[in-house]
Design a protein around this ligand. Structure first.
Ligand code: NAY
Length: 301
């Protein structure tokens, strides 16, 4: 019997951790992993959008996952996003992830060319075949990937016994219900957009994978607890705070990930900056970043 419980909870999308010279940092990767374990998250989602995977080589992605696993293995759930924009490289990362013993691999569809559903299914099944003993999660993020997961394609993918569900980052919250309806509690559907975390959970998401969780895990954990306790008013109050913080963080010149990394640095956890072409923070951002940091600490208190 498959253990799906290990996916039901708060799973931060892991940030790329760099040295000051911009190279991938093994030490800082381990430190961020430990930091998140100490916050009691359910797991981590490694080398996804927030992990800046599209700006990294296969070797760098392997190094990152190896260092996450050194700290996380056996303690929390690890999902490794392995998609590259060609099948062979994605298979190499999938096999590597399985060799390290991750709980699941995940993949976006191929980007740039808009391929038909049968070609996308082939791509995903080829990746899954390189990690035959590992759960597979589809990553649906149409606004960035340029192609949306359709229900017929999802049903086709569920014929692969390794496919356990979807991380859904499309914006209509009802998409979560649509995916959940296909296989109910024998599947896992993750909420993607952090701004609608409680709405996603209420309509059926089993948990969430999110890019802003790592900078404020306490708030997502508290919102999730409030929902489980049936305290909708409390969950909504926390979601409002989360959304105000996200909007404030997005108002800087620097990319959102650059801003969140700066907040972590101010809090004593230096994981470097972001990789070009993502925009780094500029001195003029600092008052706003300081304000965001205060908003987070006030909301947690
Ligand atoms: C990933 O792969 O890193 C994610 O799961 C991140 C999902 C995020 N969406 C995007 C487009 O990055 O969590 C969201 C997002 O950061 C959040 O909603 C803030 O807008």
């Amino acid at each position: 019997m498959r253990d799906l419980e290990k996916y039901r909870g708060i799973i931060p999308a892991f940030y790329a951790c760099y040295e000051d010279d911009g190279s991938v940092s093994a030490e800082r990767t381990q430190a961020l992993t430990q930091h998140l374990i100490d916050k009691n998250v359910k797991g981590v989602y490694v080398c996804g959008s927030s992990g800046e995977c599209i700006y990294q080589s296969k070797e760098e992605r392997k190094l990152i996952l190896e260092n996450v696993m050194k700290i996380a293995k056996g303690k929390i759930t690890v999902i490794a996003h392995v998609a590259c924009n060609n099948t062979a490289d994605s298979q190499e990362l999938a096999a590597h992830a399985e060799s390290l013993g991750v709980d699941a691999i995940a993949s976006i569809p191929p980007i740039y060319f808009h391929l038909p559903d049968h070609a996308i299914a082939q791509y995903w099944n080829d990746i899954s075949s390189a990690a035959p003993n590992t759960d597979f999660i589809i990553y649906n993020i149409p606004q960035l990937a340029g192609v949306a997961l359709s229900i017929p394609l999802y049903k086709e993918m569920l014929k692969n016994p390794n496919v356990i569900g979807v991380k859904n980052s499309s914006m209509p919250v009802q998409d979560i219900q649509m995916f959940k309806d296909v296989k109910g509690d024998d599947s896992v559907v993750f909420n993607g957009p952090d701004e609608q975390f409680i709405s996603g959970r209420l309509i059926g998401a089993d948990g969430g994978i999110g890019g802003t969780y790592a900078v404020m895990p306490e708030l997502f954990l508290a919102a999730d607890e409030a929902l489980k306790a049936g305290n909708i008013a409390r969950a909504k109050e926390i979601q409002y705070k989360i959304d105000r913080i996200i909007y404030a963080m997005c108002s800087c010149h620097g990319n959102l990930y650059a801003v969140m990394k700066e907040i972590l640095k101010m809090n004593g956890l230096n994981i470097g900056g972001v990789r070009k072409p993502l925009a780094s923070i500029i001195p003029e951002d600092m008052p706003q970043i300081e304000k965001c940091r205060e908003m987070i600490s006030t909301a947690i208190a």
